[in-house]
Design a protein around this ligand. Structure first.
Ligand code: F6R
Length: 615
């Protein structure tokens, strides 16, 4: 989704803006632009990549001491130069605005502003903000006040950065529902929608809160909160030191971030579970101070998430039932928020999200609260995200920044966290003997090594990729807890290789999808040596008998023999509860290598964005 960078310093800030935009590229975008002040406002916009913007800046020798920049993921209006940000208001004394998010009441405001004589040159909701601020500036003492007055009229979730031609010495920003932060530097101050944009410039970060409006100049910043008062009340916000290393956001020896992130999974899971590794027993406090009290009170679990995080929730349902003995529902956030579900206050509502900024997940969780759910838990990878701040309990997946759009290490760390949660709930609810608790801790300690061992299958999976790259469709089959893993495998393949892939619970095959099976339809099956293996083998026979080509990920002890049209890759012996986590890795490799064969943009697949901050 869109990204914002702003900078004001005593030196030329164009390199900082461009470097920041490059760091935000992973979020997904279809146009980019910047504006700097240097004897007036100078704007550059392109529907190309950030490197194109850099080329334009070099050609036009663009420089300045203050500027704002943006990568746009189109919502209102097609991706085009005239819709790219920054947007202006005014012919001579101009206001420039960049914006993330959506203004829901933009139509009403547009009608009002047109009546006031403002002329619109784009199809965006952002241009409405620029004209509204220009209009309010006529009544306000300064830009900061005009922004406060304007945001009182804006509905929706957004973050904005604003500059004024006549006052090049300051940038004003506002946050409401979309992330925005200030970077405090030695020789200047900065703003961005994501801290990775600023890490090369400063590590001192202030995370703005809902309703905050801030003004920065090259030496200072001031922040007011306009949530309740239009004039704003001065507020203090803590300066955090970012602990994200430069290596965490650099590609290093890898070809793609996705590849790097697949290989980081053993260490990401080890970091996530570190507190358990060093303990003799599992403590509910890992999930927050009130966790023990809440965990002993609840009688069911409700999981809300989107995409890959939703798949993690689907896996967790099996663990909640079998390990913790708790009923568990799993909901797609964008569906749940528009239903009329019956709330039971003794439910633990879990929001799972890598980014912690997914608009649907955030809205569904606040809807659950409105319905009367009292207890909520966030499982999230971003410490300062909106999700983490809105739940009673929280658990951080410590996967480090995930930059590839296709989620990999976030998924396996979510699974590790959810298994730990199921075991913790089982313990608190006396479903787990001390011996079984010890066995579980031992299994979790073994997980990073087990993941490391699965990574060795890469070359075998790669051998399958060329054949897949020729196909237009693929089916993924799994049973039980491995059915959601099949869903995740299909999602990975479609999002980065653009091959249509669907997952089915293998038992469902004969109820319809079997009609699709022919030699052109590769069928991927996950065949661990669990209690459903016999049933799955019968389902695979049904495919084999109809000339389908099977690609099976089995365990060493699954006893599946290769034959004509049946290819098999074996992992280690069956890993019990850890099995779905381990069986994820070969499917990630499959998607990755098929995408390489097809020469797609692995880290930035078309039309997709990393953090989906709009509905
Ligand atoms: C797929 C993928 C998406 C995200 C989904 C939710 O690879 O990354 O399906 O899982 O957009 O995002 P988060 O987890 O940030 O809420």
């Amino acid at each position: 989704m869109c990204g914002i960078v702003g900078a004001i310093a005593k030196v030329n800030i164009v390199p900082v803006l461009l470097e920041g935009l490059l760091r935000l590229e992973y979020r997904g975008y279809d146009s980019a632009g910047l504006v700097v002040t240097n004897d007036g406002l100078h704007r550059l916009r392109t529907t190309g990549r950030v490197t194109e913007l850099r080329k334009l800046a070099a050609e036009q020798k663009t420089s300045g001491l203050a500027g704002i920049a943006h990568t746009r993921w189109a919502t209102h209006g097609e991706p085009s130069e005239r819709n790219a940000h920054p947007h202006f208001s005014g012919e001579e004394l101009r206001i420039a605005v960049v914006h993330n998010g959506i203004i829901e009441n933009h139509e009403d405001i547009r009608i009002f502003l047109k009546k006031q004589g403002y002329i619109f040159t784009s199809d965006t909701d952002t241009e409405v903000i620029a004209h509204l601020i220009a209009f309010k500036l006529k009544q306000a003492t300064d830009l900061m006040q005009a922004v406060c007055l304007s945001i009182a009229e804006l509905q929706g979730a957004y973050a904005i950065a604003v500059m004024e031609e006549t006052h090049p010495e300051r940038i004003v920003v506002a946050r409401n529902g979309a992330p925005l932060l200030i970077g405090v530097g030695k020789d200047g101050n900065y703003v961005a929608s994501d801290s990775s944009a600023l890490l090369k410039t400063t590590r001192n970060i202030i995370y703005l809160e809902e309703g905050d409006v801030a003004e920065i100049n090259s030496q200072e910043y001031r922040i007011v909160n306009c949530l309740h008062k239009q004039t704003g009340e001065a507020v203090d916000r803590i300066v955090h030191e970012s602990s994200i290393s430069n290596e965490a956001i650099e590609l290093g020896p890898y070809a793609h971030f996705m590849q790097k992130e697949i290989f980081e999974q053993p260490s990401a899971v080890a970091n996530t579970l570190e507190m358990v590794f060093n303990a003799q027993s599992i403590s509910a406090n890992l999930f927050g101070n009130e966790a023990e009290k809440i965990f002993s009170r609840i009688n069911q679990v409700l999981i809300i998430a989107c995409g890959t995080s939703y798949h993690a929730g689907l896996v967790a349902r099996y663990w909640m039932e079998s390990v913790a003995g708790l009923p568990c529902n799993v909901e797609i956030a964008s569906e749940y928020r528009y239903r009329d579900p019956i709330a039971d206050p003794d439910t633990l509502v879990i929001g799972i999200s890598q980014s912690g900024e997914t608009a649907d997940t955030l809205a569904a969780l606040s809807y659950a609260r409105k319905l009367g759910h009292l207890y909520s838990l966030a499982i999230c990878n971003v410490p300062e995200s909106a999700l983490i701040r809105q739940t009673t309990l929280r658990f951080l997946t410590r996967a480090g920044p995930e930059i590839g759009v296709a989620s990999t290490k976030a998924f396996t760390t979510q699974l590790a966290s959810l298994l730990l949660l199921a075991v913790t709930l089982a313990k608190i609810r006396r479903h787990l003997s001390p011996e079984d608790e010890k066995k579980m801790i031992a299994a979790l300690r073994h997980l990073p090594l087990a993941l490391h061992n699965v990574l060795q299958v890469e070359s075998q999976v790669k051998n399958w990729a060329r054949n897949f790259a020729q196909k237009r469709h693929a089916l993924f089959l799994g049973r039980g807890v491995h059915y959601p893993i099949a869903m995740e495998g299909a999602l990975k393949l479609k999002e980065i290789s653009y091959i249509h892939a669907e997952a089915y619970a293998a038992g469902e095959l004969k109820h319809g999808p079997l009609a699709l099976v022919d030699s052109e339809m590769p069928i991927v099956a996950i065949a661990p040596n669990d209690q459903l293996l016999g049933k799955l083998k019968s389902n695979l026979q049904e495919v084999h008998a109809r000339g389908g080509e099977l690609y099976v990920f089995a365990d060493a002890d699954s006893h599946i023999t290769e034959s004509k049209n049946l290819h098999a890759i074996r992992l280690a012996e069956h890993a019990g509860l850890l099995s779905p986590i381990l069986h994820t890795i070969p499917l990630q490799f499959l998607a990755y290598h098929v995408a390489l064969e097809k020469r797609t943009d692995v880290d930035k697949p078309r039309n997709l964005a990393k953090a989906v901050t709009v509905e």
